[in-house]
Every structure is written in C-alpha cells, then in structure tokens.
Design a protein around this ligand. Structure first.
Ligand code: SF4
Length: 116
C-alpha cells in the first residue's frame, strides 16, 4: 500500500518523537558513571563525617524509601539520579539512613538532628 505524501511527514514526526521518548526513558534508568558516583559518594561521606554522622530512625528511613519506590529514578535499589544505594536497612552505605542527605530532585529533605 502506498502512503500519500502528506501523511509521510506526520509518520516520520511520530517516529522521531517515540525515538526521543525511548532515549529519555533509557537515560532515566542509566546510573551516573563510576567516576561520578565515586565523586558523589566521597563528597557526601566527607560532609556526613563533618556533621558527626547523623543517622535516621527506622521510621524516617521507611518514609524516605516509600517516596523513592514511587520515583521514576529508582531502579534496582539505587537512585539513578545520584547513583546512591537506597534501601530499608539502617546501614552505613545507605543514602536513606544518612540524616544529612537529601533527595537530588527535592522529593525528601534532610532530617535536622538536635545536638545532645
Ligand atoms: S533519592 Fe530522590 S531522585 Fe533518587 S530515587 Fe529517591 S526520590 Fe527519586
């Protein structure tokens, strides 16, 4: 079947649009490079140490986790925006457990801890 000329432009435009959308989706699921993740982690770890390594309560971690699980940047227990590990554990290598950390796109804030 021959497609009339006037529709060819529309078809090409739609094809280009879906290609761009597919590329954007792949970009979202792609974490930053190892070099960038190491840099992010080093900067965050130094800042965390300087502030006295404040940690979140399990409730605060769970609350952050529920926000991350609904986020389009969340993939395989990792935030693909910053490359950090995000899980429910109260472990050292978990961005959600560090009270002084905040979401890179502003979905959850730092938790202010009062000094004892
Ligand atoms: S830290 Fe922020 S950007 Fe990353 S997955 Fe969680 S809510 Fe999304």
């Amino acid at each position: 079947m021959k497609i009339p000329k006037k529709y060819k432009g529309i078809l090409k435009k739609n094809k280009d649009k879906s290609k761009i959308q597919k590329e954007e989706k792949e970009e979202i699921k792609k974490p930053p490079s190892l070099k960038k993740r190491l840099k992010n982690f080093t900067v965050s770890a130094i800042s965390h140490a300087v502030k006295g390594m404040p940690t979140c309560t399990q409730e605060e971690i769970d609350e952050r986790m529920s926000i991350c699980q609904k986020c389009r940047y969340f993939s395989n227990s990792r935030c693909v925006k910053c490359g950090c590990s995000c899980n429910n554990n109260k472990k050292f290598l978990n961005k959600l457990a560090w009270a002084d950390q905040e979401c890179p796109v502003g979905k959850w804030p730092k938790v202010e801890k009062k000094e004892k």
